[in-house]
Design a protein around this ligand. Structure first.
Ligand code: NI
Length: 372
């Protein structure tokens, strides 16, 4: 199967498409599944699709999530099958996820007789937008699913090393925008107005105290102000300033604390400077939390098949996989793809030797995953 998977992987790598524009990607997946005699569920998704393998033995309904979108990055790997589109690249390994998902589907199809239960393979669009999972959830594909598995390429580990742990592995990803209103005036007469810029600067500094003074020091979290904007020229004090940034947390109570404190610090600090602030909170996906039993089962399966298992690294990055986990238990497995440049970088590459082992491993997890 390795040769077949290599060919599949290289096609997807050559043809990356951005979030919600995965049209050719979806068509290719559909074709490969159809050729293998695998049933595709009849959902009307613009991009992405869900396949199903119905085992002949009784068992649970499980899902495997494979995201399919690429990033606006220009590839610099020099690979013979590099992206054919400048400014677009599978720099997060989702081409590997598609290939591993297809390989898993082929294997499960062959073993339908031994398969206990049903497996749905979700080829999900728009993961990089943080909201693609919601597109899948708008259909009723998850209605009867009892547990969900996810995978991610991991360039910090050698090819085939499996990273697993129970509990939080990726963060809740929230965004905030703060508008600070002052009163514009002549740059030489600040006393005639209310300068929003010193207020904005004070808010930026004070926000960091949420991490250092309010959150339990053993809880990973961060707040970053990533955009600050005010003014048009050198001799006019502007009437408004804007701050924008992101908050990452792994604990639900911390997430609520950040939301409250961000608004409070913005409003009260601005008030002390005579200005007015308004904080808008734009929630993204919650933290990715691995179910303890599923993580243990996946680690045992990996060891049984001869894979090396290491503790999965926690990240304050996010994955919309967590939207599925709001309703059912899930487990997000990291699969080493060869040490090299990190994901989202132009030199990120997946070692092709991992393709078949990854598919075999995921198929084994889904075949034996009856966890009571
Ligand atoms: Ni990714």
């Amino acid at each position: 199967m390795q040769e077949k998977l290599k060919e599949i992987f290289e096609w997807f790598h050559r043809n990356p498409e951005l979030s919600y524009a995965e049209y050719r990607t979806t068509e290719r997946i559909r074709q490969l599944l159809t050729d293998a005699g695998i049933e595709i569920l009849p959902y009307t998704l613009e991009t992405g699709l869900a396949a199903v393998i119905r085992g002949e033995k009784k068992g649970p309904v499980q899902a495997l999530r494979c995201d399919i979108d690429a990033l606006p990055v220009t590839e610099e790997t020099g690979l013979p099958y590099a992206s054919e589109t400048p400014g677009r690249m599978h720099a997060c390994g989702h081409d590997f996820h598609i290939t591993a998902g297809l390989g898993t589907a082929f294997l499960l199809r062959e073993r339908k007789r031994e398969l206990a239960g049903t497996v749905k393979i979700l080829f999900q669009p728009g993961e990089e937008s943080s909201l693609g999972a919601l597109k899948m959830l708008e259909t009723d594909v998850m209605k009867d699913v009892e547990r969900i598995w996810g995978l991610h390429a991991d360039p910090t580990n050698a090819a085939g090393v499996i990273g697993l742990r129970e509990g939080a592995v990726a963060a809740a990803v929230d965004r905030f925008v703060i508008t600070i209103k002052g009163v514009g005036c002549h740059g030489a007469h600040p006393d005639d107005g209310v300068d929003p810029i010193p207020a904005a600067c004070a808010v930026v500094q004070a926000l960091q105290t949420i991490v250092t003074r309010n959150v339990n020091a053993f809880h990973p979290s961060l707040i970053s102000v990533t955009r600050i904007e005010a003014g048009k020229t050198w001799n006019v004090i502007p009437p408004e300033a804007w701050l924008e940034g992101t908050v990452r947390t792994m604990d639900r109570a911390d997430r609520e604390l950040f939301q409250k404190k961000t608004a409070l610090i913005a409003e009260k600090t601005a008030e002390a400077y005579g200005a007015q602030a308004e904080a808008k909170w734009i929630p993204g996906p919650p933290a990715v939390i691995n179910d303890a039993k599923m993580a243990e089962f996946a680690a045992d399966t990996a060891r049984r098949l001869g894979f090396t298992v290491v503790p999965e690294e926690q990240s304050l990055g996010g994955d919309d996989f967590s939207f599925y986990e709001e309703k059912i238990p899930g487990c997000y497995i990291k699969i080493g793809t060869g040490k090299g440049q990190l994901i989202h970088q132009p030199g990120f590459a997946v070692e092709e030797s991992v393709l078949e082992p990854a598919a075999k491993y995921l198929a084994a997890v889904l075949m034996g995953a009856y966890i009571s």
